[in-house]
Design a protein around this ligand. Structure first.
Ligand code: GLA
Length: 378
């Protein structure tokens, strides 16, 4: 068990931990690249994530051990700045700095973490880590932060220490997730409605391409900038407020590439709201079609997919046991999410793994996940 492993590693190094936290990754049924456009998303926390053990310490140094990577890092609480190529360290540093900037008092701490969420899989291991750190420190030092304040500290760490201008979906889903439930999150009001997910004879299957193309971060920020530019030309706060006729009215003023991107966002926002209606009506066929259309838009209009993801979605389309499939998360690698008939999973996973290996000379990974509770003490 990972939890025991983290606890005993902490104990061997620092003595009994004061507390332990589990913070999950997330999936997203639909609503991709809509969050930073103040639109709708439909994510859920999953049963994979980060386990973290915390304790106070007497020295001047905070000591952090990333068990899975067999790496450690020490820092003092004064003058925290981002590291070049800091990887996981920047999430820890960014969140710690965010807490201090919020005027909260903390003293040096020890932290050991690890987990079962693959990095770069589009399952938001980063939000899981950020939330684990902010939630754990909030408990350890009794800071009185609300969950909402915590997710904004997590998001800010990503913006200013990692350099990705992400939306709020990942941090929200990881923090507020509930068992067997997906959350329709309005990213303008930051309020969510919970929906029980009963997929009947279907289940969710994630297939990880095991690739993460290097342009993912710069391309993400570029997409966001295009959306903000188009919204400014339209004279609206965010693309959430646009519809197709409004976009048409400025089509001549922007390059076609930007028109397509903005159009994708407007359409995806609509699809997300339709998907929730389909879920309420137990209409998995309709939900699946919306997912396929989402992928089509991400591939051809928003242009954040890649060959490996398209290969997996194209294969899914040919299989009558799969209602829908699409790439998930920021793009350029990571997972596809598939709605597949339960009794077809084993066979499909085997065949797809073989076909993927033959085509790309690398393995894909298949995960069956369940929808789970958000960040909590364990
Ligand atoms: C990443 C970001 C999220 C969101 C998705 C795309 O996961 O962290 O905020 O924008 O990409 O939907």
């Amino acid at each position: 068990m990972i939890k025991e492993h983290i606890a005993s590693s902490f104990e061997a190094r620092f003595g009994q931990p004061h507390l332990m936290v589990f913070s999950p990754g997330r999936l997203n049924i639909i609503g991709e690249h809509t969050d930073y456009n103040e639109g709708f998303v439909f994510p859920a926390a999953i049963d994979k994530g980060i386990y973290a053990a915390f304790g106070k310490c007497d020295s001047e140094l905070c000591k952090v051990i990333a068990l899975d990577m067999n790496e450690s890092y020490e820092f003092t609480l004064d003058n925290i700045t981002p590291l070049e190529n800091g990887d996981w360290r920047n999430y820890v540093l960014g969140v710690t700095k965010g807490i201090l900037d919020a005027g909260k008092k903390i003293t040096p701490f020890n932290l050991v973490f690890g987990g079962d969420i693959p990095e770069g899989a589009g399952l938001s291991s980063s939000a899981a880590l950020e939330n684990a750190v902010v939630f754990g420190l909030n408990e350890l030092f009794d800071l009185g932060l609300t969950k909402e304040e915590m997710i904004f500290i997590s998001q800010k760490a990503e913006h200013s220490f990692v350099g990705v201008k992400c939306g709020i979906m990942d941090q929200f889903a990881s923090m507020f997730g509930q068992k067997n439930t997906a959350l329709l999150l309005d990213c303008r009001s930051i309020s969510a409605k919970s929906f029980d997910i009963d997929l009947q004879e279907y289940q969710i299957l994630l297939i990880n391409t095991n690739v993460k193309h290097s342009l993912s971060e710069s391309a993400y920020n570029k997409r966001r900038a295009v959306c903000e530019k188009v919204a400014a030309i339209l004279g609206i706060q965010a693309l959430r407020d646009a519809d197709i006729p409004l976009l048409e009215s400025i089509a001549e003023q922007i390059p076609d590439e930007e028109y397509q991107m903005a159009r994708y966002v407007i359409e995806e926002n609509k699809r997300t709201q339709k998907a929730v209606i389909a879920v309420q009506a137990n209409d998995i066929a309709e939900l699946g079609q919306l997912m396929y259309r989402s992928h089509h838009g991400l591939q051809h209009q928003y242009k954040v997919s890649c060959e490996e993801l398209d290969f997996l979605v194209d294969r899914a389309k040919l299989n009558p046991d799969i209602a829908g499939s699409r790439m998930m998360g920021g793009g350029f690698g990571g997972c596809t999410i598939n709605m597949i008939k339960k009794d077809a999973v084993t066979n499909y996973a085997e065949k797809t793994a073989a076909a993927y290996l033959e085509k790309f000379e690398r393995n894909c990974s298949v995960y069956e996940v369940s929808l789970s509770q958000g960040t909590h003490l364990i």
